[in-house]
Design a protein around this ligand. Structure first.
Ligand code: UD1
Length: 410
């Protein structure tokens, strides 16, 4: 595979900014928003509550006018499609003092998956009640705030607590806050809108109440997970040389350094990351961690690459223990991977052969595409709608560098 790929705007960074638009008194313009199903789904949630949302082709620009928001609910039908819709809880209660939002997937309030979001809001002084699968959040004109420590550190909970606190809490501190670039971007944009958040980029975020937030025009970050996925593709597919345009290498944490350990040549020049495949791919074991450690959103792609490495290695996920549904599918293509608890043991190299496989989630689906590109013969990947949730124009980008992907109509 040879050539250039333009990196799209980040899905996970855009979603909290779209939610933050509800906090403003004026419209927000957001450039570099990827055209993805998850973004369309979130825009529909914004429309349901009364915001006007336009997605323009120019600069992939989304304009959100929150001035007519009058329905403070996010129904199950929309929230079940995407967990990030739960950001509506923080955004609506933060701006309007009331929100009724479906639990994602209709889960009970157990230790997972949104307990930290809810306990953090309660610690702030917001009243949380559960009613028939919905969370109802109520706050007066202000809540006292206080301090809440996230255990474990959570990207989603940090974002929801920020959204709830900036206009509503007198003074609130989030301990063990997520430091992921998506959170940093949200804090920076909120501060430009008039919020008072200090400690941005650290694991302690302190918020002092702002009276109002203004709108404005903001630039979304590039997608670090998309960039990392193509970097892995370049390293695993023999003789490849790819230039990824429009990246922010700093957002990749330790990842480029780890990729170099495979023997791949990785060069960063401004916004361009170049990766050349090594002659012999070395096995490099990884363990996922919170930022700047190895991202859980890249472990499936990394394990796929390791199936082509010259030796044995492991992939351990400490963020999501059960994020290995891709393993049986890769095995169908001929990979030699055994799973024990939250570690995949990979023996490489194996010759992959085309087969029919099933996408189970977003990152699993792109891993199967990478495996299919490495495999002899043709592979058929089913349920590729997962890809459209998170990879903009994937076939076009990969076909332009020499892949042969076609989308069959289902
Ligand atoms: C976000 C990303 C996702 C990424 C993940 C970790 C979005 C839309 N999604 O998901 O792609 O894989 O960060 O980088 O940005 N947890 C709890 N209770 C909670 C919340 C989380 O126990 O209330 C646990 C989770 O089960 C998990 C860990 O905390 O084990 C981290 O999850 P979290 O950072 O919240 O992930 P998301 O924000 O859902």
């Amino acid at each position: 595979m040879n050539g250039n790929i333009a990196i799209s705007g980040s899905k996970n960074a855009a979603l909290p900014l779209l939610a933050a638009a509800l906090l403003a008194d004026e419209p927000m313009t957001l450039n570099n928003v990827p055209r993805l199903q998850d973004i369309y789904a979130f825009n529909n949630v914004l429309r349901v509550v009364g915001a006007q949302v336009q997605f323009q082709d120019i600069e992939n620009r989304v304009i959100i006018d929150p001035s007519n928001v009058n329905y403070l609910e996010a129904p199950y039908d929309l929230v079940r499609k995407m967990r990030a819709s739960f950001y509506m809880l923080g955004a609506l209660v933060g701006k309007h003092g009331y929100a009724k939002v479906s639990m994602p997937g209709g889960c009970a309030w157990g230790p997972r998956p949104v307990d930290l979001h809810l306990k953090g809001m309660e610690a702030m002084g917001i009243t949380i009640t559960l009613d028939k699968g919905y969370v109802i959040a109520k706050a007066g004109s202000s809540v006292p705030g206080g301090r809440y420590r996230l255990e474990p550190s959570s990207v989603g909970a940090t974002i929801n607590l920020l959204l709830a606190a900036v206009l509503r809490a007198e003074s609130f501190t989030i301990g063990n806050a997520a430091k992921e670039p998506d959170v940093v971007q949200l804090c920076n944009v909120l501060n430009k809108m008039g919020a008072n958040i200090s400690g941005v980029g650290s694991d302690t975020l302190s918020i002092k109440k702002a009276q109002k937030l203004s709108g404005g025009t903001f630039e979304n970050d590039p997608d670090r997970i998309e960039a990392g996925t193509f970097m892995i593709a370049a390293a695993m597919l023999p003789e490849s040389s790819l230039r990824l345009i429009g990246c922010n290498a700093q957002h990749l944490g330790n990842f480029p350094q780890l990729l170099r350990q495979t023997g791949a040549k990785v060069n960063v020049e401004g916004e361009v990351i170049s990766v050349q495949a090594p002659e012999i791919l070395q096995p490099v074991s990884i363990t996922t961690e919170i930022y700047p450690g190895f991202p859980t959103d890249l472990q499936a792609q990394w394990a796929t690459m390791l199936s082509q490495a010259n030796g044995n290695s492991t992939v351990t996920d400490t963020v999501y223990f059960d994020r290995f549904s891709y393993v049986p599918e890769l095995s169908r293509l001929g990979a030699n991977i055994k799973l024990k608890h939250n570690t995949a043991y990979i023996q490489g190299p194996t010759l992959l052969e085309g087969a029919s496989v099933m996408s189970t989630d977003l990152r699993a689906s792109v891993s199967l595409v990478l495996a299919g590109m490495a495999a002899k013969n043709t592979s058929e990947i089913l349920r590729v709608y997962h890809l459209d949730r998170g990879y903009e124009s994937l076939e076009d980008k990969l076909n332009a560098i020499g892949a042969k992907l076609t989308r069959a109509q289902e």
